[in-house]
Design a protein around this ligand. Structure first.
Ligand SMILES: [Zn+2]
Length: 63
């Protein structure tokens, strides 16, 4: 098994602050991520110099 150092990127399970919709996002998102609920378009994450700025409740970090 290779032990390759992983970049600090990971997937996050987040919950929208506005509608409580849960979704999986990438913490180094390269483009804006909006809530995937059809009647909510809250900006969940946007790129901020490599790491994404996340405006949502982080429920869990996925390995
Ligand atoms: Zn939402």
């Amino acid at each position: 098994m290779d032990l390759i150092p992983q970049p600090k990127s990971k997937f996050l399970k987040v919950k929208c602050r506005l509608c409580d919709n849960e979704m999986i996002i990438f913490n180094h998102a390269k483009s804006k991520v909006v809530c995937n609920s059809s009647d909510c378009s809250h900006l969940i994450a946007e790129p901020a110099g490599g790491k994404a700025f996340i405006d949502a409740e982080i429920i869990e970090e996925l390995k």
